[in-house]
Design a protein around this ligand. Structure first.
Ligand code: ATP
Length: 322
């Protein structure tokens, strides 16, 4: 693997990036860094500025203010033309020539990118289009087109990948395979920035995340860090042993908000497993509540706040501020 001069630096460095379209600020002072080898998630509501940021990181549109340094080069500099050959991009709506076969499309992109044609067939195989390589794109399904888009983004072994809603249209097996491909790429040192509206899909897969709200950076960090900054309640579902003293139930109520409780739990003749409680617990009381539940519960299911809940929380804060 070659040693690029930018290998030591963070591949994406954004400083106070701003962009207006007429009076509309699409990006309003975004500063962040994507570290080498990271799988980095960029999320935000429709119109938050994700695609605009991607296009700016690719040098396709210029900032109204601030600075973008990508693979070691200012996106406005002549040196960035060279850096761009090491960037792969899958746009939100990948469209291509309908009358060409998948392999011909890939040849075309390889030529445009100055990448060798000889890897194209293997790349199609890797994204699951080996059997369809000779078929015209016209007959491809939505998921097949998305796979072809991914294949073109992977041409030339990019060091940095920008993938805009890449799993749109993929079936569950396709999604799993897609992340396996990203995993391989990262193993070879690539850095990947991905957007998605399917937060459940990316929450366990990305290393860090940025949340954009109305063109501003609302949050940046790992899922754990985001949870610390916005301490939403945990949901604890407990299977309670029958015949609990009322005082135990009172102490559970005092530690969290009991969302659901089977009052028959007090009945000593209940069959095992019939007594259930769901409790929303502030994170700082988690250990206390678990200690209180341990002697009286036969089963516990603890659900940390999901990325979706955190994201919606930031949305509420944004709405209140405007
Ligand atoms: N070429 C353009 N001309 C005018 N306004 C634009 C242009 N491109 C983007 N915008 C505006 O900039 C804002 C950000 O748009 P952008 O496409 O970056 O959002 P997004 O986060 O990618 O949204 P989505 O999730 O819907 O794809 C929106 O208000 C949009 O209308």
């Amino acid at each position: 693997m070659p040693n690029f001069p930018d290998d030591a630096a963070d591949p994406v460095q954004l400083l106070d990036v701003r962009r207006k379209f007429g009076p509309v600020p699409a990006l309003d002072g975004v500063s962040l860094t994507v570290r080498r080898g990271e799988l980095f998630g960029l999320i935000g509501h429709n119109g938050a500025g994700k695609s605009t940021l991607f296009k700016m990181m690719l040098g396709l549109i210029q900032p109204s203010g601030g600075m973008l340094r990508v693979l070691g080069a200012d996106t406005r500099s002549a040196a960035f033309r060279n850096a761009r050959t090491r960037i792969g991009y899958l746009p939100e709506n990948f469209v291509t020539y309908e009358n060409l076969s998948g392999l011909e499309v890939l040849y075309l992109f390889a030529d445009l990118k100055n990448a060798p044609r000889r890897g194209c067939a293997a790349l199609l195989e890797r994204v699951g289009l080996g059997d369809a390589a000779g078929r015209r794109v016209h007959g491809y399904s939505k998921g097949m087109r998305q796979r072809l888009g991914l294949a073109q983004a992977l041409l030339g072994e990019p060091r940095l990948l920008f993938l805009d809603e890449p799993t749109n249209g993929l079936d569950p097996a396709g999604i799993a395979d897609f992340y396996a491909i990203l995993h391989e790429l990262r193993g070879r040192g690539a850095t990947i920035v991905i957007t998605s509206h399917i937060l459940a899909e990316i929450q366990q897969r990305v290393d860090r995340l940025a949340i954009l709200q109305g063109g501003r950076l609302a949050a940046l960090g790992t899922l754990g860090e985001l949870r610390e900054r916005q301490p939403l309640p945990l949901r604890i579902a407990a299977t309670l042993r029958p015949g609990l003293p009322a005082c135990t139930l009172d102490s559970l109520r005092s530690l969290g908000l009991v969302l659901e409780m089977n009052e028959a739990t007090l009945d000593a003749k209940l069959p095992p497993g019939a007594g259930r409680a769901t409790i929303a617990c502030p994170p700082e009381r988690k250990m206390q509540l678990l200690a209180a539940l341990a002697p009286v519960a036969s089963g516990l299911d603890i659900q940390e706040p999901t990325l979706e809940q955190l994201f919606l929380g930031y949305g509420d804060a944004h709405a209140q501020a405007h």
